[in-house]
Design a binder for this molecule. Sequence first.
Ligand code: C5P
Length: 232
Amino acid sequence: MAKDVIIACDFSSKQEVANFLDKFKEESLYIKIGMELFYAEGPSIIKEIKNRGHKIFLDLKLHDIPNTVKKAMSVLSNLEVDMCNVHAAGTVAMMEAALQGLTRADGSRPLLIAVTQLTSTSEERMKQDLWINEPMDKVVMHYAQNAKKAGLDGVVCSPLEAGKVHETCGKEFLTITPGVRFADGEKGDQVRVMTPAQAREIGSDYIVVGRPITAASDPVAAYHRCVAEFLG
Ligand code: C5P
């Protein structure tokens, strides 16, 4: 099973991304592109990063009726991204449709993962706003099981949930975990964090790391430190 460090490139323009990637010379990276950059720059940002030889996790978190998600996914599949995602709240039927849309004529496809509950949603808000009355960890595990049932490859979750997701859905089911910080680094707005080494111990398959790398005084050194700690 491939384990990797995914760099969250939360920049607001193509130029800023290019300046960041220029620092890495010949290295092949795994880059996460989010809504902000994709909506601002369009599909050309994907082509540019691919042309530099990097892998892409396109983090657009699709959530719509199954037919619309299926068609949208087939567009993303043609962009040759390596990983993309949907909200598990869209139901098993929507996730199945997403997988169909993503699968190319030759049977190949990018990895497809599900967002369970966003970490910005507290248990209290989930109860009051969404009328979901089960405890958060039960909801996350149920959504992960739904994603597995639909044939998806894994879920985005907190590093603290990764072990339980593997227990519930099996070792092969991928856990992609943000909220990673160096032991001596700033936490910023992340509350529940783990170091790359702790994320490895708990069984995260991919860690998503943004500011500890992108805002470091030496991003290349910070990336190498992260890879060394995570891959051991
Ligand atoms: O800069 P930082 O390391 O906090 O970046 C983490 C990345 O992971 C950001 O792109 C953030 O949007 C994303 N993310 C997260 N928590 C989630 C889901 C995604 O931090 N639950």
